[in-house]
Design a protein around this ligand. Structure first.
Ligand code: DQQ
Length: 537
């Protein structure tokens, strides 16, 4: 086994070897969840992009299938790039994807399953008249990609979005209309543009119910429904979204808050995360979000370990009807089937400056649910404080009300650790706000890896405790604050805090705050993720 073997995840989806990036065309068909993904079958770095294909009964255990699509026509010979599936009311599946042509022009292509009655959807047929859409005037031919799932408009029409860039800096979502998925009209107005956000990749657009937690099919509109628009910002390599109102008649979308528009407001995930995509799961009536966790080590290391990238645990997306300003993301309930023994800690007292090891055995595969309560009179300590910037600082920067939280993937001597924490700060107008952060600065002794400090303000409403859920899987840490209002995903590379040396600690680095913590910690089983056993059929 290579020195990198411990980095392989145990319950996140990743290919057996080589490079993976964006999730593509997720769908549910005849009892199986299908995930396609950008995949280089030849190497652990990006290139020669095909569609990898995997299926699952439960979104947790996966079976690898043969490649679904490879570059084999002039219109996709430089790569079968990202795309989305649409399931039509009659059950037909339509796949639209970007092809990079022999001239490096980005065009949109149509593909469909050769045999819809095959639950595995093994064979994909590319439409004989591809490409179905070429770059319109005014759009760079190499900045026109990633068609969305289609949604139904009036009179049998369907709409899709394609991301691009206008002039030098305007991010744009172009709308195309079609009735047969073979011929398309570009609408005279885009769905949305935002100045200064640059090229929009992997646009996603979907309805969300404001009065229930049920997911909605992509075509649903009407009262009690808002629409989420998401773009992956090529310049920043970050996914941003905004909640707004869709007018189906005029095909327009207006963000609820202009100041929090796509690309300048909320991120889907504040960590290492990109090119996300949702789909409507008609099996369980929920909207599920996939996202790509890229590496932060060198290509040299990726080649040495023979693989690169992981997908997040699929997350259910709902509307936060308490804040009414953000979505909630939560790992699909099926992940709980991997929970093994549970250790509970109740009302652990964390005085200022305390560090408490949690004796749970090996801490490399965990599902942690933690609640922190603070003594409210300690908030008075803030009255004399000088206002601070609303920015995360490292975990060992002690201020009066924080940080407090958990250190995961830590070795006994704390020579390596990844702290995930809350910090309460006083803002310029005197109010208190909470930051949610992940500090990778001491996560690894390896010299050639990026170690970032991730963080965001998280709404903590009156009467709420400070809560976090953390999924730890060897080298991946997905952290959800306040029921999924904010999420931070980390890819870390410990060298000491691995296997049996990985431990878990509670800490309170505040100087003036008493905190009590209550936790449930499950050891997580490994999921089976292996090739489909064709020969046993
Ligand atoms: N990845 C694909 C593109 C997309 C980008 C190519 C986002 O279609 O824009 O692998 O990561």
């Amino acid at each position: 086994k290579s020195e990198f073997a411990w980095q392989r995840t145990a319950y996140h989806f990743q290919p057996e070897k080589n490079w993976m990036n964006d999730p593509d065309g997720p769908l549910f068909h005849m009892g199986w969840y299908h995930l396609f993904y950008q995949y280089n079958p030849d190497s652990a770095v990006w290139g020669n992009i095909t569609w990898g294909h995997t299926i699952s009964r439960d979104l947790i255990h996966w079976l690898y299938l043969p490649l679904a699509m490879v570059p084999d026509h002039w219109y996709d010979i430089n790569g079968v790039w990202t795309g989305s599936a649409t399931t039509l009311p009659n059950g037909t599946i339509v796949m639209l994807y970007t092809g990079d042509t022999n001239d490096a022009v980005q065009v949109q292509n149509l593909a469909y399953p050769a045999n819809l009655s095959d639950p595995l959807l093994l064979d994909w047929v590319k439409y004989s008249d591809n490409p179905v859409i070429t770059p319109p005037t005014g759009i760079e031919t190499d900045e026109f990609r990633d068609p969305t799932t289609a949604w139904a408009g009036p009179n049998g029409t369907w709409h899709i979005l394609i991301g691009s860039r206008l002039n030098t800096t305007i991010g744009i979502a172009l709308v195309y209309e079609t009735t047969d998925f073979k011929t398309y009209n570009l609408l005279d107005h885009p769905l949305h543009t935002v100045n200064g956000t640059g090229m929009w990749e992997c646009v996603d657009f979907y309805p969300i119910s404001t009065n229930s937690t049920n997911g909605l099919d992509t075509s649903v509109t009407g009262p009690g429904i808002k629409h989420v628009l998401k773009a992956s910002l090529d310049n920043l390599k970050l996914d941003y979204y905004a909640i707004g109102t869709y007018n189906a008649e005029n095909v327009t979308w207006t963000p609820d808050d202009q100041e929090m528009d796509v690309g300048i407001g909320l991120q889907v995930d504040y960590g290492r995360y990109y090119a996300s995509k949702t789909f409507y799961d008609q099996n369980k009536g929920r909207r599920i979000l996939w996202g790509w966790i890229n590496e932060t080590d060198t290509e040299y290391d990726d080649l040495a370990k023979g693989w690169a990238s992981v997908q997040t645990i699929p997350r259910v997306v709902t509307y936060d009807n308490k804040t009414r300003t953000n979505i909630l993301q939560w790992p699909v309930e099926e992940i709980e089937s991997l929970r093994l023994n549970c250790t509970e800690f109740e009302d652990v007292a964390l005085e200022p400056g305390s560090l408490v090891p949690l004796d749970i055995g090996m801490a490399t595969q965990l599902d942690i649910s933690a609640e922190f309560e603070i003594q409210s009179d300690s908030l008075e300590a803030m009255l004399g404080e000088t206002p601070t910037e609303l920015e995360c600082s490292v975990a060992n920067n002690r201020t009066s009300l924080g940080p407090f939280g958990l250190a995961v993937l830590a070795d006994e001597s704390l020579s390596e650790l990844t702290p995930i924490y809350f910090r309460i700060v006083k803002t310029a107008n005197g109010s208190l706000m909470t930051l949610f952060c992940t500090d990778e600065s001491r996560s690894s002794k390896a010299t050639e890896v990026f170690r970032r400090l991730y963080g965001t303000v998280v709404p903590v409403l009156h009467g709420e405790k400070f809560t976090m859920r953390i999924l730890v899987d060897h080298s991946i840490v997905e952290s959800f604050a306040q029921g999924g209002r904010r999420v931070i995903t980390s890819r870390v590379y410990p060298t000491e805090a691995i296997y049996g040396n990985a431990k878990l600690f509670l800490f309170n680095n505040a100087t003036d705050l008493n905190v009590t913590a209550t936790l449930k910690i499950w050891e997580m089983n490994s999921a089976f993720i292996h090739p489909f056993p064709f020969n046993e059929m």
